[in-house]
Design a binder for this molecule. Structure first.
Ligand code: 5GP
Length: 191
């Protein structure tokens, strides 16, 4: 997605540990027009999948996920993150190791907003090792709902998450795929 590539080139900065900082338009300040276009793009890519809900994880996935839900006319659920959460009958929970924070989070989705006939589209801002998507898939599994695939704003394809998910037959669509990150620059797959 050219508009996204241009934003990453203009505003993205590389931090130690292969972290791309995109606070200028996605992770702190949010560019609503770009988010709208991202949502429309995911809606187009997954239009034939019978998606009934969009799922994401708070907080950085919320902006692209809401725009996707808007474009697809379906509700959006963001899994809540907790440092610790005792198991609770009203919640589906999964443990997710955070790539950027190097800590474990328990994510949860209320049973109240899950229907057994749901087909969910998983949206996230980044794909690195795939933990966040795996956590949502684990919840989908517990709930017995189908997963249509994963829509990722920025995939760091030099990290293993994307390959692992695709190898298992999960449809993963990433709007920007980064081949390498270094102080000298950001290289995209399509370059
Ligand atoms: P994964 O679970 O795939 O290992 O990592 C994805 C999650 O970690 C995303 O939800 C995102 O919040 C965070 N993340 C991973 N890599 C980056 C990165 O390079 N930059 C930022 N800002 N967040 C990242």
């Amino acid at each position: 997605m050219q508009e996204l590539h241009d934003k990453i080139r203009e505003f993205g900065t590389v931090l130690p540990g292969d972290v791309l900082k995109v606070d200028a338009f996605l992770n702190h300040q949010v560019d609503p027009e770009l988010m709208l276009h991202i949502g429309e793009e995911f809606a187009k890519l997954f239009k034939d999948e019978g998606v009934t809900k969009v799922w994401t994880v708070e907080s950085s996935g919320i902006a692209p996920a809401v725009m996707t839900g808007l474009a697809m006319h379906v509700p959006v659920i963001f899994a809540r993150k907790h440092k610790s959460l005792t198991l609770n009958d009203n919640m589906y929970v999964a443990d997710v190791y955070s790539y950027t924070k190097k800590t474990n989070n328990r994510i949860s989705i209320s049973r109240k907003y899950v229907d057994k006939n749901d087909k969910v589209l998983l949206i996230d801002d980044f794909l690195a090792n795939g933990q966040a998507v795996e956590g949502m898939m684990e919840i989908a599994d517990q709930a017995g709902v189908e997963v249509a695939g994963a829509g990722i704003v920025i995939e760091k394809s030099f990290q293993p998450g994307g390959k692992e998910l695709r190898d298992r037959g999960i449809r993963v669509e990433s709007l920007a795929k980064i081949k390498s990150l270094s102080e000298n620059g950001i290289e995209f797959e399509e370059d």
